[in-house]
Ligand binder design. Structure first.
Ligand code: GLA
Length: 376
């Protein structure tokens, strides 16, 4: 009996020391590099762990420019991972859901996988029925360089997408800088240049689950957007900017995602739930402004999304079907995450009235998105 008590005490002590170490490690601000694995063509992919002074940790891979995990405290200080993903590199290489990836050359859909520029027609890869979705440089290995921006840990990644990549014109040089601030913000700054006139739309495709698992239908969402872009049956915008007034798309006041998701509404049916672009009231700007607030009542976690971009695709994980074997063997079921993809509007190259997605040689594309975590 006494021996058993001693062993238990010793186990407890060891656990406390290990926990203490883990906590200390979490609190050492900076960037740590480790090997993630080998890609199918034999190249080494890495993980970069960014830690700040407040105990928040973000892991990013150079494979896909992927946000692999975001660990933040809940209202009781308990740390949890709030994004979906895989435990292995192979998961990311074979997965089809874009968990955490840096998406471009054109995030979202281009109708008929075609667009024209100066009278010349370009044909892209069709990977979503008749359309092109999130195409260009998905699942590539980026160059990566850890650093610090004003003392905050950061990771700079770069990729050169060649002229003709999936049909896009121009050598497109893309830089993304991820910075983790001490106020629990993950700041993502994109710049890009081209040597031929082209189109682009860059975003991050993190799937957030602020409770760390389970359905997101009780999550309360606020969107600073009075209009959205209704879609057709293949999720291509019709061109209309429709008022959210009196529709299940009105999130101007904080509302549970699940409150109206099953309503008999044509747009909800076409999207299989929410899978739409909201027209942000702030429009395009130089400094990020608040686009969305997501609140998870059980853990108290809050995620604010700020951006310089004119649109926000809210996707409620309608196509997740339990077949993705995610972190720790979890099967990600339908609607167990919400994506807040800051972006230009879908299919803008075929909608001259939408904010322009053309990039010309000699010009630089620039955008900033901030995911800020807190509790209430
Ligand atoms: C985007 C799209 C969705 C879906 C996901 C990836 O958010 O709008 O329709 O394709 O990406 O599964």
């Amino acid at each position: 009996m006494r021996i058993a008590i001693c062993v238990l005490l010793l186990m407890g002590l060891t656990a406390a020391i290990v926990d203490g170490r883990a906590a200390k490690e979490m609190q050492t601000p900076g960037v740590k590099k480790s090997v993630f694995g080998k890609t199918h063509d034999g190249r080494e992919a890495h993980l970069y762990t960014l830690s700040n002074k407040s105990g928040m940790q973000v892991v990013i891979s150079d494979f896909g420019g992927t946000v692999v995990s975001i660990k933040v405290p809940d209202r009781n200080g308990k740390i949890g991972d709030v994004v979906l993903g895989y435990d292995t590199l192979e998961g990311y290489e074979t997965g089809t859901a874009y968990f955490g990836s840096t998406v471009g050359r054109y995030a979202n859909r281009i109708a008929g996988a075609q667009f024209s520029l100066d009278g010349k027609q370009y044909t892209l890869t069709k990977n979503d029925g008749p359309n092109h979705l999130h195409g260009g440089f998905n699942k590539v290995l980026w160059d990566a360089e850890p650093g610090s921006a004003k003392g905050a840990p950061s990771l700079h990644i770069h990729y050169l997408s060649r002229d003709g990549d999936e049909g896009y014109p121009g050598n497109l040089s893309v830089n993304v800088v991820f910075t983790l601030t001490d106020s629990n913000e993950l700041k993502i700054e994109y710049t890009a240049t081209t040597d031929k006139k082209t189109v682009l739309n860059l975003t991050n495709h993190s799937y957030f689950n602020l409770a760390g698992g389970g359905p997101i239908l009780n999550n309360e969402l606020t969107l600073h957007a009075s209009r959205f872009t209704p879609v057709d049956a293949t999720l291509i915008p019709t061109g209309e900017l429709r008022s959210v007034e009196g529709t299940p798309f009105d999130f101007r006041k904080s509302t549970a995602i699940g409150a109206r998701i099953e309503q008999d509404d044509e747009q909800l049916k076409l999207g299989h739930g929410y899978d739409h672009n909201w027209v942000l009231d702030a429009g395009m700007k130089d400094q990020p402004s608040l686009a969305a607030i997501l609140y998870e009542p059980a853990t108290g976690r809050v995620l604010e999304t700020l951006t310089t971009q004119p649109g926000l695709q809210v996707y409620t994980g309608n196509f997740l079907n339990g077949k993705d074997h995610g972190k720790g063997g979890q099967n990600y079921e339908r609607r167990t995450a919400v994506c807040l993809e800051t972006q230009h509007f879908p299919d803008s190259p075929n909608h001259p009235d939408f904010p322009i997605t053309i990039l010309e040689p000699g010009k630089e594309f620039h955008s900033i998105t901030v995911y800020k975590f807190s509790v209430k």
